[in-house]
Design a protein around this ligand. Structure first.
Ligand code: WT7
Length: 614
């Protein structure tokens, strides 16, 4: 890249070949965003054109209403002649001796159709919800696409979530079928997923399990290998994906067929500059929105090759990812700052022997990337030639909304960049908000919970302003920097964790009367949870701490495991009984506490100091 003062720009050559390289696009899109998105939408395949570009009945809105579309027709039927023999999916298993699996578009379509026909045979109909609890194996992609093919909404649950977490989600969706697997490899161990699945579907409406064998044997092996794509209304449900918010229960974000497809297609094309020979590796698990949009839908909509890796990033050795990039000739690589910081912590030597000649573009997502991680990524992975797109978005937005485009820049370490063309954002009192017409892919609701939808996103600045729950600042170039969440969500290794959800889990322990969870600084993970639990019993502290940890493991899963657990006799509270988490955070960080006169129990502060500092 080219560096001017504190900003970076792509080279002339990169710029010349990029899909977007003329800043006029921002004016064109900004002057009439609806017209702009309609122009992009027209390049997709629609069974029937839409009547209205954008309709707004705050806090609800629609895009492309009246149109009929299927996302899989835009993957498998659009441009079919040019893409049918290209590689769609490369799958790398964790065990190094096992054979990778590779699918052309034709082969993938066959699998998708077989699975779709099998789902139909099981009684799944258009409009139904289907649970997917699968590891990172090709069948996870196949299952998602098969649901989309027949117009059923998938709801993918991250395979490392516990049976309890699976249960809550499946109860909410009302799904009758769950697609799962016998197991998978992670860090050298075989994980028995089926056991968790069977446990997790108790007390749900799930009547049938479709069990994929990790070896590749599927229950849909014998089915017919063609299935027609269902014609979906633009505003029909594409999928539900659960995410954490301020309070205990996860929220089912609803994404719809038309707008999601348009945004997934175009953000990938312009932000990752997808060209026909690209091999794209987005390292996210399919259980997260990043996996939905950028491991699966966006690259496949654009007819390029997407790569999936089953295992742990450092198994069997810290350079496993580097080996895969090199061996597969990955051209565009997209990962989270936590992974970058982890590799950085292994020292420079591990990447020295890799040239990464094919890499031309890098991406970052999920949490703020600090300047030193950015520079390490730029120097050691990008070898000073690759632009870095730091992409801001959320489960709710369906696709990327803020990032500088690779063919133009400017890029600045720790800054995510400029809003995507056609996206209007503002920073109000330090809070990042999105203005109408929002984005075609923005969520349309929280499943079965319209009240929560209105309260969470459309109440802080009125019904016409989408509240992101992120704090942000903007620099003189118009580049945006995300500071972090302003609610009770913490980002642990890029995963979104609700401290409220953790507290509810811990309070499930018989002997814990009260607790508070805060985010504390972690060099690799960015943030990590710390638990303060009230315990006044006589059992050994170590035992209680262990039980708290297993309680979290049981209700949520290993991603929410706390870095520290402190047992206290009492927690600082206001006179109305609210726990002052802010004070705990300051105590942990050894910051000035300020005025404590509003506390009902100021003596609790000294006791906690003793626990923390000895
Ligand atoms: C939250 C959303 C983005 C899809 C994966 C995570 C944080 C996301 C960035 C970024 C700083 C970021 C925000 C956001 N976040 N991307 N590039 N820079 N922060 O989706 O789990 O719904 O989390 O992740 O805090 O609100 P999610």
């Amino acid at each position: 890249m080219i560096k001017k003062d504190e900003l970076y720009y792509p080279t002339e050559e990169f710029k010349k070949n990029a899909w977007v390289n003329d800043p006029k696009i921002y004016e064109e899109a900004g002057s009439d965003p609806v017209k702009f998105w309609e122009k992009l939408a027209k390049e997709l395949f629609w069974f029937k054109p839409w009547k209205n570009g954008f309709l707004h009945k705050p806090p609800y809105f629609q895009w492309f209403a009246g149109g009929k579309i299927n996302i899989t027709s835009n993957i498998f039927e659009r441009d079919w002649e040019t893409r049918k023999d290209r590689t769609a999916l490369i799958w790398e298993p964790e065990p190094v001796n096992e054979k990778p699996r590779i699918f052309t578009y034709t082969e993938l379509l066959k699998e998708v159709c077989k699975c779709a026909n099998y789902l139909k045979k099981m009684g799944v109909k258009k409009g139904d919800r289907v649970g997917i609890y699968l590891p990172m194996i090709p069948e996870a992609a196949v299952a998602m696409l098969a649901c989309a093919r027949i117009g059923a909404a998938h709801s993918v649950v991250f395979s490392a979530f516990s049976p309890d977490a699976l249960r809550v989600r499946m109860q909410d969706t009302g799904a009758k079928v769950l697609i799962t697997a016998d197991g998978y490899y992670r860090g050298g161990k075989f994980i028995d997923l089926l056991k968790n699945a069977k446990d997790g579907i108790k007390e749900t409406k799930i009547k049938k399990l479709a069990v994929v064998q990790r070896s590749g044997k599927t229950p849909w092996q014998e089915e017919k290998d063609f299935c027609k794509a269902a014609e979906m209304d633009s505003e029909d449900l594409q999928f539900i994906l659960y995410t954490s918010g301020s309070t205990g229960k996860p929220k089912g974000c609803m994404h719809v067929c038309g707008g999601y497809t348009v945004q997934a297609n175009w953000t990938g094309k312009w932000i990752f500059d997808f060209h026909k020979d690209d091999i794209f590796w987005c390292t996210s698990d399919l259980g997260w929105v990043t996996g939905h949009t950028y491991t699966i839908y966006s690259p496949l909509l654009n007819g390029i090759t997407t790569l999936m890796f089953e295992g742990a990033p450092n198994f069997p050795a810290p350079d496993r990812w580097a080996q895969i990039i090199e061996k597969r000739g990955v051209t565009v690589f997209y990962t989270a700052p936590t992974a970058i910081r982890m590799f950085k912590s292994y020292g420079e030597d591990i990447l020295k022997k890799y040239q990464f000649n094919k890499l031309r573009l890098l991406g970052s997502v999920g949490e703020p990337i600090d300047e030193s991680a950015w520079l390490w990524y730029y120097n050691n992975v990008g070898k000073e030639k690759c632009p870095i797109v730091d992409t801001w978005w959320q489960t709710e937005t369906g696709g990327i909304l803020i990032t500088s485009l690779p063919g133009m820049g400017p890029f600045k370490p720790a800054f995510t960049g400029l809003p995507f063309p056609g996206i209007k954002v503002e920073i109000k009192d330090g809070n990042l908000v999105i203005l109408p017409p929002f984005a075609p892919g923005l969520l349309r609701g929280i499943y079965k919970n319209p009240k929560k939808y209105s309260e969470t996103y459309w109440s802080q600045y009125g019904k016409k302003v989408y509240f992101t729950s992120d704090g942000a600042i903007i620099d003189k170039n118009g580049l945006i920097r995300i500071i972090g969440r302003v609610d009770d969500v913490i980002k642990v290794a890029g995963h979104r964790i609700s401290t409220g959800e953790m507290e509810a889990a811990i309070n499930g322990h018989q002997e814990i009367s009260e607790c508070a969870v805060i985010g504390i600084l972690d060099e690799i993970k960015g943030e990590a949870p710390a638990v303060f639990a009230v315990y006044n019993g006589t059992r050994p502290a170590e035992e209680i701490k262990k039980e708290i940890i297993s309680q979290i493991q049981k209700v949520i899963g290993p991603i929410a495991l706390p870095k520290e657990v402190y047992l206290a006799a009492d927690l600082p509270k206001t006179r109305s009984g609210k726990i002052m988490r802010r004070i705990l955070k300051k105590l942990w960080a050894k910051e000035e506490l300020g005025d404590l006169s509003t506390l009902a129990n100021p003596e609790s502060v000294d006791k906690i100091k003793k626990i923390l500092y000895g």
